[in-house]
Design a protein around this ligand. Structure first.
Ligand SMILES: CC(C)(COP(=O)(O)OP(=O)(O)OC[C@H]1O[C@@H](n2cnc3c(N)ncnc32)[C@H](O)[C@@H]1OP(=O)(O)O)[C@@H](O)C(=O)NCCC(=O)NCCS
Length: 146
C-alpha cells in the first residue's frame, strides 16, 4: 500500500471532505454542518492523505462520555485498502487518549457494506432505531475501548 497519512483536517480541506461525503451518501451532510463539526472539535476530525490528496475522513463527537462516529468515508478508488480501518484505529486512539471508554455509531439498515466493515473491526450490533433516518431504520453499533 502506498503511504497513507492520518492526521487532523485543515480548514482548507473541508470542501474536499464535503465532496467525498456527497459521493458517499444519498443524504449527505451539508457543508456548513461539516464546517461546524470542525470548529466545535477539530481534534476529532481526521483525514487520510495519499500523495497530498485527501482520500478519506472520519468525524467523531465527544459531547457525551460515549464517543460517537458521525461520519466516515473513503473515496471509491481507495476502498478495501485498509484506509477505513486506519481511520477508525486513529479515532479510537484519540478517544482513548481523552478518557473515553466506548464508542457508538448508527448505520442505515441497507448499508450492508458498512455493517460488515464495523463488524470486521470489532463493533457489536446493539439495537435498531425504527425510522431513525427519514424513511429507514438505523442499526446501532457499539465498541468498548480497552
Ligand atoms: C465503510 C468504508 C468507510 C470502509 O472503508 P475501506 O477503506 O474500504 O475499509 P477497509 O479497507 O479498511 O476494510 C477493513 C475491513 O472491513 C471489511 N469491509 C470493508 N468494506 C467491506 C465491504 N464492502 N464488504 C465486506 N466487508 C468489507 C473487510 O473485512 C475489510 O478487510 P479486508 O479488505 O481485508 O477484507 C467505505 O466502504 C466507505 O466509504 N463507504 C461509503 C460511506 C459509508 O457507508 N460510511 C459508513 C456510514 S455508517
Amino acid at each position: 500500500m502506498e503511504e497513507i497519512k492520518i492526521r487532523t483536517v485543515f480548514s482548507s480541506e473541508l470542501a474536499t471532505v464535503h465532496k467525498i461525503e456527497k459521493i458517499s451518501f444519498k443524504n449527505p451532510y451539508p457543508l456548513p454542518f461539516i464546517e461546524s463539526l470542525y470548529f466545535w472539535n477539530p481534534k476529532a476530525f481526521l483525514v487520510a492523505v495519499k500523495k497530498e490528496e485527501v482520500v478519506g475522513y472520519i468525524i467523531a463527537s465527544t459531547q457525551t462520555d460515549v464517543g460517537l462516529i458521525i461520519s466516515i468515508a473513503v473515496i471509491p478508488s481507495e476502498k478495501r485498502k485498509g484506509i477505513g480501518k486506519s481511520l477508525i484505529t486513529a479515532i479510537i486512539h484519540f478517544l482513548k487518549d481523552i478518557g473515553m471508554n466506548s464508542v457508538r455509531l448508527e448505520v442505515r439498515r441497507s448499508n450492508i457494506n458498512a455493517q460488515k466493515f464495523y463488524e470486521a473491526l470489532g463493533f457489536e450490533f446493539t439495537h435498531t432505531v425504527h425510522l431513525y433516518y427519514r424513511n429507514e431504520d438505523a442499526f446501532v453499533y457499539f465498541k468498548f475501548l480497552n
